[in-house]
Design a protein around this ligand. Structure first.
Ligand SMILES: [Zn+2]
Length: 104
């Protein structure tokens, strides 16, 4: 790989895919290509934003309008992966670790 190619790759890397294809859905929500990606993003939000368990997005769903996956926040059954992380204390640990990292 030439050095210019590397520079170009670096230039494009910071733009998450979901922003490049955002707003194609009438819901105006961020679109995720798969359930897995949507779940990962939901869990990341809980970690980095330090949500209490009832705050923030609770689950993901496949959209009938656009066919992509979105997060849903209200009155949704909690994502089992998220619930497990909360119950095991893993979520609290990761939230604390993320707060710690942001002090530097
Ligand atoms: Zn949609």
């Amino acid at each position: 790989m030439k050095s210019e190619d590397l520079a170009i790759a670096d230039y494009f890397k910071p733009i998450p895919l979901q922003y490049l294809c955002a707003m194609r859905c009438s819901s105006g929500k961020i679109q995720y290509d798969s359930q897995q990606l949507a779940e990962d993003a939901l869990i990341d939000q809980h970690i980095y934003k330090g949500f209490a368990e009832h705050q923030g997005p609770q689950n993901v769903y496949e959209c009938r309008d656009c066919g992509y996956w979105h997060m849903t926040s209200k009155n949704a059954e909690r994502l089992p992966r998220l619930q497990e992380m909360i119950d095991s204390g893993e979520m609290r640990k990761k939230q604390q670790a993320s707060q710690w990292e942001r002090r530097f």
